[in-house]
Design a protein. Structure first.
Length: 182
């Protein structure tokens, strides 16, 4: 499955791709703090070029990681992102949850509105299922955080023993970590 068609603009700094080991997995990384942070102020959700990590979970019974749902969900998330000036930089669709690394691309963008509309529109693909009410989010303080969020996102199917290497999971993509051999 391909990624979103847009890339970070060349004039904006972004992290260099991480090296991968011989299995095609990114090197060891530090997982994000599991304690849910307090929500940011509304202004912090509107900072141009800010990068966010977000994860949200489906209510029980949904299977998101299917060829019928996952590609359409990614398209919805990206399409809604363009409306709210949010770019999807990295994603992983898991059977019951989604991880994303996104960036606010321009003045007037709004992460909170994007997440609300993205969850609402993508829920229509869940065949009667719904998303859990809240979501887990964090803002990157520097590019080390961005890299950590991307590695965490990509390695999620490996940690859940759904595949041996992240490139083997068809519903993962990152603009910073090309799939080996492509």
């Amino acid at each position: 499955m391909g990624g979103c068609p847009r890339r970070l603009r060349a004039d904006r700094p972004h992290p260099a791709p991480a090296a991968t080991n011989m299995t095609g997995n990114p090197p060891e990384h530090q997982e994000p703090n599991r304690k849910h942070p307090h929500r940011l102020t509304p202004e912090e959700y509107r900072i141009r070029d800010q990068v966010y990590f977000v994860s949200f979970r489906a209510q029980s019974g949904a299977d998101l990681a299917t060829p019928e749902i996952a590609p359409r969900m990614v398209k919805v998330l990206c399409d809604i992102g363009r409306r709210w000036k949010i770019e999807v930089n990295c994603y992983c669709v898991m059977p019951d949850h989604v991880h994303l690394v996104v960036s606010l691309t321009d003045v007037g963008g709004d992460f909170q509105k994007w997440i609300r509309y993205a969850k609402r529109e993508s829920a229509k693909l869940l065949r009667g299922g719904k998303w859990q009410r809240s979501y887990w989010d964090a803002s990157a303080k520097d590019y080390t955080d961005v890299e950590g969020y991307a590695l965490y996102t990509l390695c999620n199917p490996v940690r859940h023993q759904l595949c041996e290497r992240w490139p083997d999971w068809p519903y993962c993509w990152s603009q910073w970590h090309p799939i080996p051999g492509e």
